[in-house]
Design a protein around this ligand. Structure first.
Ligand code: HEM
Length: 400
């Protein structure tokens, strides 16, 4: 019988409880959505096979795409629809090769390990500035707003060369996109940001500098509207994800004081710890992993036919007992880099090196500079986005 889907998380530290049962049942299980049936992929090997991309499409316009069974327009106004429509050209996360490869080729040099290494001192300065502010206003803070949400939008500002005077505007609108209570509120903020990026790019086109936007302009290959769409995608993809991970990761480390102490004693362990935090939380789950088969194929012993929709359960694959020992345990020493928290294959997260650097620098510095940091409410009282597309906490009151 088909599973009922979607299902929700009930605890900040675990995927939806149904995932374990589905995983035991099979690597691919059938699920009933309001608009039709789809396949759910529960295990890591099969998740990687699907995400690798052969005979698989991610484009919502491919017949059978599973979002057709889920999506709603959310009541955009005609003006908002026009702005959003104009810049979908650069939204390459929804494109298949070869169109997708054109964008990816131009952007990969901007996110290499070497390029991110150059960005690290700037990230460290931003982190220190936010912690200075928290300490000045303390000894209490709300970590999601003061730290989690603030850092990624400042990093993106730095990356895109957003003038200092515009940062407050940029930050408040990106916060509205993430924290909107109603789709209308989010669309309004999206339109404002897109209009802002449109103007920023027009200005940069006149005087391109040696920064990400300047290089994309000078290298050519993208139209103005595609550039606006690409920068907007970078903003959206890199903002809520990192913003949600920082407080959740801080919480998990506070709940495992022995492992935090080991990291303090040996900061060389941070990169491995960051990958374990990404695996353990798997904040990006099936919503990002929407695919459709473009040819008949066998996946995990199951025949999947052309035109059948697939959701990869990233949060289940990252708890697959065939791929990780004691998968429900948090263990910063496990070496979890083969996780799919950043996806896999064609669309694997373009910003993963940057995200790893942001997480490592923010968490290490937070616990170095505020060693007595603690949450002021019980875990059950922390408000969480159980129904959100990306999992995270809505607020986390802390003191020191
Ligand atoms: C903890 C932070 C992050 C997580 C967990 C995350 C997760 C993901 C995942 C799962 C995908 C794959 C989606 C798919 O398969 O369709 C993805 C794609 C992407 N991410 Fe990230 N991401 C993070 C941070 C960032 C950052 C900081 C940036 C850039 C500033 C970024 C930019 C992108 C882009 C552009 C794509 C689309 C790649 C493509 O389609 O080729 N992400 N991310």
């Amino acid at each position: 019988m088909a599973e009922t889907f979607p299902v929700q998380r009930t605890c900040p530290f675990a995927p939806p409880p149904e995932y374990e049962r589905m995983r035991e049942q099979a690597p691919l299980v059938r699920a009933a959505l309001p608009g039709g049936e789809v396949w759910l992929v529960t295990r890591l090997a099969e998740a990687k096979q699907v995400l690798a991309g052969g005979g698989i499409s991610t484009s919502p316009s491919t017949p059978g795409h599973p979002n057709a069974a889920l999506s709603a327009d959310g009541g955009r106004t005609p003006e908002q629809h026009a702005v959003l429509g104009r810049f979908t050209a650069g939204h390459f996360i929804d494109l298949d090769p070869p169109e997708h490869s054109r964008f990816r080729r131009l952007l990969i040099p901007e996110f290499t390990v070497r390029r991110v290494k150059e960005l690290r001192p700037g990230i460290q300065r931003l982190v220190d500035g936010l912690i200075d502010d928290m300490l000045a206003q303390g000894p209490e803070a709300e970590l999601v707003e003061a730290f989690g949400l603030a850092l990624p939008s400042l990093v993106i500002c730095q990356l895109l060369g957003v003038p200092y005077a515009d940062r407050e505007f940029f930050q408040s609108r990106t916060r509205s996109i993430v924290a909107a209570r109603h789709p209308q509120e989010a669309y309004a903020a999206v339109v404002e940001i897109m209009t802002f990026l449109d103007e920023l790019i027009t200005e940069t086109e006149r005087r391109p500098q040696d920064d990400l936007l300047g290089r994309l302009i000078l290298n050519g290959g993208l139209t103005h509207d595609e550039l606006v769409g690409v920068t907007f995608l970078l903003l959206v993809a890199g903002h809520e994800t990192t913003a949600n991970m920082i407080p959740l990761a801080a919480l998990t480390l506070m709940r495992h004081p022995d492992q935090l102490a080991a990291l303090r004693a040996d900061p060389g362990g941070w990169p491995m710890a960051v990958d374990e935090l990404l695996r353990y939380h798997s904040i990006v789950d099936w919503v990002a992993f929407d695919r459709v088969a473009t040819e008949d194929q066998e996946i995990g012993g199951q025949l999947v036919r052309r035109g059948e929709g697939i959701f990869v359960l990233g949060a289940s694959a990252n708890r697959d007992e065939l791929a990780f020992e004691r998968p429900d345990e948090f263990d910063v020493g496990r070496g979890a880099r083969h996780h799919v928290a950043f996806g896999y294959g064609v669309h694997q997260c373009l910003g993963q090196n940057l995200a790893r650097a942001e997480l490592e620098i923010s968490l290490r510095t937070l616990f170095e500079r505020i060693p007595g940091l603690r949450v002021t409410v019980a875990d059950e009282e922390l408000p969480a986005k159980y129904d959100g597309a990306i999992f995270g906490l809505k607020a986390m009151p802390v003191t020191w």
